[in-house]
Write a new protein. Structure first.
Length: 267
């Protein structure tokens, strides 16, 4: 990683990445709890919320919508992805180059690496190309580091998550996105293993406000620099309200109860 490479997608060294690649990764089922969110325009508008430091999308959405939002949104362009229709060993098709991302105005690139998959070797090579391309265009590099595949049954165990965090550092990511390993202590170990690379917690499936914010607060206490979140924001009835609360937890480091009170008073 390069010192300060992620400054353009962070605020005071912290980040809230709004992830919206679910239409590819999971399919339309993820929009069912809040059908308005199938419309990318709704999410680009949401990404203009001041809590959001970048919006992670695939190339097609960036081409169609980003020109109208480039003044208000930092673009984190995902360069690979796989649909839920794929039944093979974990892999992620590269669908965009770093050069093309730079041409679209991206501030950062995002790349999934499934360490432990049968495809790890080719994925590391693809990541190398993307990472070096990003360096040529001064874009930050965010790795979705999700070890899974072959014998790796429990991709959420603390040891595996720490290994994923370390893979990000070793391969040259500026920010490593990992699943929450279940406790502040385990998150602290992952942060330590990532060294100077920033670690952000991946959002996960919908949880109640307090439980979700508690995990985020624990991750921040443990040294994580923020969160990359999709469903826990856009599947809620009032996504702006949870962004207000996340802003308080991540950037002001207040406790979840106080953050929720701040979010209520902003309504
Ligand atoms: O591969 P998984 O575990 O289904 O998760 C992939 C999804 O999770 C994310 O990394 C984070 O999204 P969520 O916050 O909704 O979990 C997305 O970018 C991606 O689409």
């Amino acid at each position: 990683m390069l010192p300060h490479a992620a400054d353009n997608i962070e605020r005071d060294g912290k980040s809230l990445i709004l992830a919206y690649d679910h239409g590819l990764e999971h399919g339309p089922v993820d929009f069912e709890p809040n059908p308005d969110t199938a419309d990318p325009e709704r999410i680009f508008e949401l990404a203009a919320h001041e809590a959001v430091t970048s919006l992670a999308v695939q190339k097609g959405l960036a081409e169609a919508y980003y020109p109208d939002y480039e003044d208000d949104v930092n673009l984190l362009l995902k360069l690979n992805g796989t649909s839920n229709l794929w039944m093979g060993e974990p892999n992620s098709a590269v669908n965009c180059t770093a050069e093309y991302a730079a041409g679209l105005g991206a501030d950062a690139i995002g790349f999934t690496v499934y360490g432990g998959s049968n495809h790890e070797v080719e994925m590391a090579e693809e990541f190398r190309r993307a990472q070096e391309g990003a360096r040529e265009h001064d874009m930050a590099v965010v790795m979705w580091s999700y070890p899974r595949g072959q014998g790796l049954r429990n991709d959420g165990s603390p040891d595996v998550i720490s290994y994923g965090a370390r893979l990000g550092l070793e391969l040259g990511a500026d920010v490593v996105k990992v699943k929450y390993p279940g406790s502040a202590e385990a998150m602290g170990h992952a942060v330590e293993m990532a060294g100077p690379a920033d670690v952000v917690m991946s959002g996960g499936t919908m949880r109640d406000d307090k439980a979700f914010l508690r995990n985020v607060a624990n991750a921040i206490d443990a040294g994580a620099t923020g969160i990359a979140v999709g469903r826990n924001v856009f599947q809620r009835d009032d996504p702006e309200r949870i962004l207000d609360a996340l802003e308080a937890v991540i950037f002001q480091e207040v406790e979840p109860d106080e953050a929720l009170a701040i979010a209520e008073s902003d309504d």
